[in-house]
Design a binder for this molecule. Structure first.
Ligand SMILES: Cc1cc2nc3c(=O)[nH]c(=O)nc-3n(C[C@H](O)[C@H](O)[C@H](O)COP(=O)(O)OP(=O)(O)OC[C@H]3O[C@@H](n4cnc5c(N)ncnc54)[C@H](O)[C@@H]3O)c2cc1C
Length: 433
């Protein structure tokens, strides 16, 4: 019998395979696509670097020449100058590089999958997992796959669902819940000849505020010449465009002076892609004989480029509990629960930060310019916080918002949005998908 079957060869699946092989646990990765395949999620946060370092992948990122990302910039609508952060202001322990990477995901995901294979994973591409199989005691015991026109059952001691937004096991078990607040829609494409701005920040990610609630756009360098540009807004705003994707993109590209300038001489080089219905969570991330990692467990909103980092850390932490299960022989849901607790703690920090950000946009700019809070905000943006107590700045942001709400003639009062920021216990208030 196989030890572990991993469903999906995106970052979460490949990194899970890498850690397991390093721990001497045999694993198979089943990927439905044939890499390289395009994928959204092209800008990393610096916490990813630690995982890449641990699995020996950093030299590959360097050799392949992925653009270095030294920081991030935010642009208001009127183009009156930007707020910047540099990652070297807050060095990470054990990491001696002041940058992370922007990536062509087709290339990154292929390299990660090959790396997992080199470390020991058995990799099969072009194979779709149809369902996870359970034994009579309710333990995940294998998967049913489709190979050409045949269905074949493969047995395994442990199943990892890393199927991304396909959320294979979450859908199979009926545990997928829509996020009650976020329902955004993104339209994006690659462009040449984008004006990336001043040389010192040209290789940063640039975020442009848009004049609609929770609306923003990204500018991410993919190569020297190619830049990924994307527009995000509430799905209902997108629906107003009645399917005119290009019209929608252009309308919002012209709504921010800085973005308009960046795209003024740009030429689109591939088709627009659309992403929707990506804000959800599973009721549980673990069960008897299985765990969910990366987007297969939860995804909310990409404003702070946290998705790949969370995918990598869920693989790292998840692999530790799988290793423990092989040592103790205990593959029960209870044995994997601490993994879920850890991941929820980390994701809920992001979730709170994202909601406070959208609640009052000028507050974020104010906090990153504040001597008192800048480093803490930076720490959050680097993405390695899995304990809310480490970032009291969230409480300070919350308090600031409460003051604005209570003060009738506060200058920022008109900037408050309708987003709820009350404590939202994970899952209890989520509606069924
Ligand atoms: C608009 C938008 C912008 C984003 N921007 C960023 C960003 O800038 N930075 C960032 O870090 N993140 C970003 N993200 C998030 C990021 O894309 C994801 O969090 C990340 O790709 C998750 O990795 P994963 O391995 O969990 O899933 P994926 O990367 O989706 O990999 C899942 C893999 O599983 C395979 N698969 C699916 N079903 C099956 C099956 N049944 N059988 C076999 N294989 C299967 C798929 O083919 C795929 O290769 C963004 C997301 C959105 C929606």
């Amino acid at each position: 019998m196989n030890q572990v079957i991993i469903i999906g060869g995106g970052p979460a699946g490949s990194v899970m395979g890498s850690y397991l092989s390093m721990a001497g646990i045999k694993n198979i990765i089943l990927e439905s696509a044939i890499h390289p395949r395009p994928h959204v999620g092209e800008s990393m946060v610096t916490s990813s670097t630690r995982v890449y370092k641990e699995i020996g992948f950093l030299p590959i990122l360097e050799k392949e020449g992925f653009p270095h990302k030294y920081g991030a910039s935010w642009h208001d609508i009127k183009g009156r100058g930007a707020s910047h952060i540099w990652f070297d202001e807050f060095p990470q322990e054990g990491i001696n590089q002041p940058y992370t990477y922007h990536v062509d995901r087709g290339k990154l995901d292929l390299l990660l999958l090959k790396h997992a294979e080199k470390l020991g994973s058995e990799v099969y591409q072009g194979i779709t997992v149809k369902q996870v199989l359970f034994d009579e005691k309710g333990y995940a015991a294998g998967v049913r796959v489709k190979i050409a026109d045949q269905e074949v059952d493969l047995a395994a001691k442990m199943i990892v669902d890393a199927s991304g937004r396909n959320t294979l096991l979450g859908r199979q078990l009926g545990i997928k819940k829509k996020d009650p607040i976020f329902n955004q829609y993104a339209v994006h494409a690659w462009f040449e000849n984008v004006n990336r701005g001043e040389p010192e920040t040209a290789d940063f990610i640039h975020i442009y505020f848009l004049p609609v609630e929770r609306g923003w756009a990204w500018q991410i360098p993919i190569t020297d010449k190619i830049t990924s540009m994307g527009v995000v807004a509430e799905k209902e705003v997108f629906m107003e465009s009645k399917g005119d994707v290009e019209g929608y993109f252009n309308k919002y590209a012209n709504s921010n002076e800085g973005l308009k300038y960046a795209l003024s001489e740009a030429r689109r080089i591939n088709e627009f892609k659309q992403e929707g219905d990506y804000s959800y969570s599973m009721e549980k991330f673990v069960g008897n004989g299985f765990i969910l990692v990366g987007d297969a467990a939860r995804f909310v909103d990409p404003i702070f480029s946290s998705g790949v980092s969370i995918a990598l850390y869920s693989a790292k932490y998840g692999s530790q509990f799988i290793q423990q299960a092989f040592e103790t022989g205990d593959f029960s849901e209870a044995a994997f629960k601490p993994y879920e607790v850890k991941m929820r703690a980390g994701v809920s920090v992001w979730y709170e930060f994202i909601r406070l950000y959208y609640k009052l946009l000028p507050l974020f700019t104010h906090f990153i310019q504040s001597k008192k809070y800048r480093l803490e905000v930076l720490r959050l943006l680097q993405g390695e916080v899995y304990d809310r107590k480490e970032v009291p700045v969230l409480a300070a942001m919350r308090q600031y918002i409460e003051t604005v709400e209570k003060t009738e003639n506060h200058l920022l009062r008109s900037k408050l949005t309708s987003i709820p920021i009350d404590d939202l216990p994970e899952f209890t208030q989520l509606s069924q998908d």
